[in-house]
Ligand binder design. Structure first.
Ligand code: GLU
Length: 420
């Protein structure tokens, strides 16, 4: 299994970041091994009947990285590229993210290898419900709490709540987060990740003396995270000059109108052919000068081929794992780019997920304003912690953020001791 996992490029990346940080922290060998490997790797087959009457079997995964500090927490992804190795890497990153944010969770992640764009609504519902059935013995509000991720949304979470609650014989809202508000989902959860990304960019601008009104941003990805980051940034006065998604990339030196673009995306399914902007090559877009570059889509998009050519002041990693270790080495040798590493940058989502879980357990409801204030307070504290750690230890923001997360988990494991 170790070998299989290590054959996956994304898992290798997560391990190489972990090893580097563990060396930096001089982690004790026993704790180091226990922190590195996932506790549970669950693979299930998910058979459903397609609309044409044929039966198709999909592969689904859930990786629970460690349960030493609480239930595992993390998203469920529907994407054709999902593999066990990718899910394991994402679960490992969720670990450090939750620990860095001081949330009482371990890291988890799940996924089904499928193309949600080719599934009908009925097929998607059946796939989700059957997956929930298959992993029912391994999940629960005290064990594993899922949330939306790429290709899934609050409706997906509503179906999982329904399956779990039906089997429990009573309503269990704490089984997932990112649910519809009607099912005791939290106000502010949908926009939380994008809002957090935009908020942290303004913190970085503050450090660099960049004024929002004079600033520009380029965003790769216009899904839930990218679109809400774009909205919030433009509300702060930042001009969004470039945006890309799976259909292509668009450019407007004067700033793209995000409200108009959103309407266009709802009508056509993508940013392509938006009348208020010109076409640009998606790879070229990443290399244009800007104050903030926001990769908000897939892994490994900032790599050794483009890292040296980036012209941004702030690199805000809204996606998980967008920067390869080789690119990291290049970015570290340049002191002109302020990195907001993924485990910090996109932590807004899981932070509001935590607040949702707390509300569910307490049967309580906070307002959107209360949620966003709590979110910003937590993000600001983690941001300052990372910056101070990096300055004090003369290390990169990535190593600083991972060190803070890994240390927390390592301490919990060593205090609990090795059983039996
Ligand atoms: N999928 C999101 C992430 O990668 C959120 C996870 C959650 O809210 O549990 O951070």
């Amino acid at each position: 299994m170790k070998k299989d996992l290590l054959n996956n490029k994304i898992f290798q990346m997560a391990v190489s970041q972990f090893d580097r940080t563990a060396d930096f922290l001089e982690l004790d060998q026993s704790v180091r091994e226990r922190c590195k490997w996932p506790k549970r790797l669950i693979t299930v087959t998910v058979p459903i009947q397609r609309d044409n009457g044929e039966t198709e079997v999909f592969f689904g995964y859930r990786v629970q990285h460690h349960l030493s500090r609480g239930p595992v927490k993390g998203g469920l992804r529907f994407h054709p590229g999902v593999t066990l190795g990718e899910v394991a890497a994402l679960a490992m990153w969720m670990n450090w993210k939750c620990a860095l944010m001081d949330l009482p969770f371990g890291g988890g992640k799940g996924g089904i290898t499928c193309d949600p764009r080719t599934l009908s609504a009925h097929e998607t519902e059946n796939l989700t419900r059957r997956f929930a059935m298959e992993i029912l013995p391994f999940i629960g509000p005290e064990t594993d709490v899922m949330a939306p991720d790429m290709g899934t949304n609050e409706q997906t979470m509503a179906w999982i709540t329904d399956v779990y609650s039906t089997h429990a014989g009573h309503f269990v809202p704490g089984i997932v987060t990112g649910k519809p508000v009607e099912l005791q989902g939290s106000e502010g959860r949908t926009q939380a990740t994008g809002h957090g990304v935009a908020f942290l960019i303004t913190r970085a601008f503050d450090k660099l003396n960049i004024k929002e009104q004079n600033a520009t941003a380029i965003i790769q990805g216009f899904g839930n995270v990218g679109s809400h980051a774009a909205f919030t940034l433009s509300r702060y006065g930042v001009s969004i000059t470039g945006i890309s998604d799976i259909t292509g990339a668009i450019w407007n030196e004067q700033g793209i109108n995000i409200n108009e673009l959103t309407k266009h995306v709802h009508q056509t399914g993508g940013v392509k052919d938006f009348p208020g902007a010109e076409f640009i090559d998606p790879d070229e877009m990443l290399l244009q000068p800007c104050d903030a570059l926001v990769p908000a889509a897939l892994e490994r998009v900032i790599n050794d081929k483009n890292a040296a050519q980036l012209q941004c002041r702030v690199l805000a990693e809204a996606a998980n794992g967008p920067t390869t270790p080789l690119a990291d080495a290049i970015l570290e040798s340049r002191d002109d780019i302020f990195l907001i590493p993924d485990v910090l940058c996109n932590a807004g989502g899981v932070t509001v997920s935590y607040l949702e879980w707390v509300q569910n357990i307490q049967r309580y409801q906070w307002s959107e304003q209360e949620i966003l204030t709590k979110l910003e307070t937590k993000l600001e504290a983690a941001f300052e912690k990372v910056i101070h750690f990096a300055e004090r230890s003369q290390t990169s923001h990535r190593v600083a953020a991972l060190s803070l997360g890994i240390e927390e988990v390592a301490t919990a494991k060593s205090v609990r001791g090795l059983f039996p």
